[in-house]
Ligand binder design. Sequence first.
Ligand code: NDP
Length: 474
Amino acid sequence: MNHYPMTINGEAVDSSDRLEVINPATGQVFATCALANEAHVQQAVAAAKTAFKTWGVRPDSERKALIHQVAACIEENSEELIKLITLETGKPVAGLGGVGATMEVMGSAGWSHVTADIDLAEEVIQDDETAYVAVTRKPLGVVASVTPWNWPLLIAIWHVISAIRVGNTVVIKPSENTPLATARFVELANTVLPPGVLNIVVGRGDVGQALASSDSVQKIVFTGSTHTGKRIMASAAASLKRMVLELGGNDAAIVLPDADLDKLAAEIFAAAFHNNGQTCACLKRLYVHESLYDDLCRRLAVLAKQVKVGNGFEDGTELGPLQNEAQLKVVEDLVARSREEGGQILAGGERLPGDGFFFQPTIVAGLSNGNALVDSEQFGPVLPVIQYATVDEAVRMANDSPNGLGGSVWGSDVGAAESVARQLECGTVWINGHGGIQPDAPFGGIKESGFGVEFGRYGLEECTSIQTLKIHRG
Ligand code: NDP
């Protein structure tokens, strides 16, 4: 069985404690990983702090070139990383609509290349005979990154590459469920980066807690649940750390009466079900005008029955298992509650037999706000379809949520759809699409979906502090 070490200060670091990593398609342990203790956390933070002294002042062009090399390293090792991601997350190599492990790895490389080429220019506020005033950006220091299990490599890249691009150093803690692709990525990146710039500690929540409360950490970037985000924010308060929190979403989509279902039904299905619904910005509540409701429910049920669920290594598999048994239980409980609350299961509704954590793609009609499956983030292959009569009612129901990550509006009159989209309370709105993100446009949530943004210039700015420079003249 393969064993994966951590990487601290450019060195492979093992531990007497080992974490067993489960393949969710079989329920069996397939590899082990070194498990950190508090001393490892201190060691990693100290290494990052030392490395910051030189990395933080290194010429921008050199950091940029090294990040392109890290991206090339991901490309060269893509086959191994794709295999690891499919083994530890269960997600298919290809996946529904091409959303799978291959996209995760190649997307990680592409994201790194694009981010490497984004520059933060000095902004000149005043330049005259009395003064020169400019806003400059400085790196913060050691950044702690805590990542979840749904997109382990891609989210690691989002956290790490932006931070090091502008001169910070990083200690990353991946989810205990999916540490391997991240551990291997950090090992590979360390063949390019100077020691201490990127370090990894693998452990459970207590390791994340130790990292998040370290006095030497200047910023925390966290992607995961709202509950854990609040705990991390409390740990960070003592030393007033900067934070970006990308927390859970319960994204609403509104289908307007003029939507062309022949064109859009399959896209709506994919937006809700890719990666088995385990993406923060998956479409999670679907509000459909009464004139289209029965038709769209029927089409979605057909698609849910047709989609191919299985082991991610089998050709043609579109959806794999849930990533972990606890998440499978969340999904099972929500479906059971939706039955009790009067929901009609139009497709799926059951766990699949066997040791893997598989659940049938499920469409539930007849629910509304106030029902558990609508009000909470299911993070699984289950979609509630809710009927509305007026657009105002749909907007009110969509906004009636503590979350505010993404939202979408689907319709033929794009102008009308846009005016509805602008009323949604969320960080990103899409029209005739849902969840499409890109490395040069900011992404982040509002309300209990967190704060701060990632990606593009705005994301890089979050990894810096402002220094105002004023030169008095005359
Ligand atoms: P968590 O939010 O608990 O975990 C995310 C990361 O935080 C993991 O690396 C976890 O470590 C770590 N962590 C846990 N507790 C602490 C702590 N006190 N201090 C620092 N780090 C900590 O997510 P779960 O895995 O428990 O998933 C639960 C729910 O979160 C899901 O049902 C889903 O709703 C949501 N979620 C949202 C995601 C998103 O992309 N926004 C991604 C994943 C989940 P470890 O796993 O090792 O305990």
